[in-house]
Design a protein around this ligand. Structure first.
Ligand SMILES: [Zn+2]
Length: 110
């Protein structure tokens, strides 16, 4: 496994980019205080976008939470162990998903 400092840095980078995306999304949502379009078809499209944005916002919030938890585990020295079964998470998995909290077995069972 890569050094904890390296992982911390990577996670912090990921965190910063997610925070930035969340801020952009929030700004976009704020702009939508403007009156709804008159045309119903346009309204439907707008609503669809709302749902997409809500879903995206939820996804980013979940990612952020995972990253924060991973950073907390790094500080506690429990990073890299599965939170469910306590087994080591495969290094390849951590490389692909630095915020992973579960081993592949537990993750696929969840
Ligand atoms: Zn596990």
């Amino acid at each position: 496994m890569s050094a904890p400092e390296e992982v911390t840095q990577r996670l912090q980078h990921m965190r910063a980019s997610i925070v930035e995306r969340k801020q952009k999304l929030a700004r976009h949502v704020e702009h939508r205080e403007e009156p709804l379009p008159q045309d119903f078809a346009e309204q439907a499209v707008e609503m669809e976008n709302d749902e997409t944005m809500v879903a995206l916002e939820r996804e980013l919030t979940a990612e952020l939470k995972d990253i924060d938890l991973a950073l907390a585990r790094l500080q506690k020295g429990t990073y890299g162990s599965c939170v469910t079964c306590g087994e080591d998470i495969h290094p390849d998995r951590l490389k692909a998903l630095p915020a992973a909290s579960m081993c592949i077995r537990c993750a696929s069972a969840a």
